[in-house]
Each structure stands twice: as C-alpha cells, then as structure tokens.
Design a protein around this ligand. Structure first.
Ligand code: FES
Length: 133
C-alpha cells in the first residue's frame, strides 16, 4: 500500500489518468487514513478503507457483482464490477456511492476525485456528494 502525502488543501495525487483500467484500484494511506481509488466505467471513485460495519479492510475486498432481486427459486446475477464486497465479513457496497446493498443506512465514506492536468487527485478532506444507488 502506497503512503502518500496531501497538500495543504488535502489533495493527494494518486496516479496519472489512464494508468488504471476499469476494474482496477489503487490503495494508499495518508497519515493513518486508508483510502481506495477505483476506476468504474471510466470514472474514478474513492472510498474510505475502513468498513462502516466494523472497520475492516473494505477496499481490499473483491470488486464483483451480486445476485439481483428475482422470482422465487431463480437467481439472477448482475452489477458486475460495481459491487465492492468487504474483505472481512462480506457486506456488499455499491462502489460508486458507498451505500450498503443490505442496509442503505450504512454508507462507506466517499471522497471527491478529480482529474487535474492529467493527474487523478483525491481530496481527503472532502466528501463526495451523496447520490442515489
Ligand atoms: S468489517 Fe466490513 S463487513 Fe464487517
């Protein structure tokens, strides 16, 4: 895991735009804070590395899909690459919003990410706007 420094405004350069493909992640620390940056559908999202359930390694878990609501005795799989499953107890989160799929009141902190002059920059002081799952 990379140990990075933030500037005076809380901005951290994580990588260059284009270094990450969809589905890839970068895990880093800023001080004691763990953060994961993911690229999903060509956009970057940043989540706090500590899971809101019990502080586990949320961003180390698989980026996967999940079973969708379906008729009884049928199974439908979807949302491939958009569900982050916590490495500790397996609670699933929408990687783009940080919202838990089983309990919408449980939400991982998300940080604003911008591409600035070709660099992927996370603001570790900010909070990404809450958007619908
Ligand atoms: S700590 Fe993440 S699911 Fe329990």
């Amino acid at each position: 895991m990379l140990a990075l420094d933030a500037d005076a405004d809380g901005n951290v350069v994580v990588c260059r735009d284009g270094e990450m493909a969809d589905g890839e992640r970068r895990l880093f620390t800023v001080g004691r804070r763990r953060i994961g940056v993911f690229r999903v559908d060509g956009r970057y999202v940043a989540l706090h590395g500590g899971c809101p359930h019990a502080g586990g390694a949320l961003c180390a878990g698989p980026l996967t899909g999940t079973t969708l609501p379906a008729e009884p005795y049928t199974y439908e799989y979807g949302r491939e690459g958009k569900v982050l499953r916590c490495a500790w107890h397996g609670i699933e989160f929408d990687v783009q919003t940080g919202v838990s799929l089983v309990d919408p009141k449980m939400r991982a902190r998300t940080y604003p990410v911008a591409v600035d002059d070709g660099a992927v920059v996370v603001n570790v002081r900010g909070r990404a706007p809450v958007v619908a799952a």
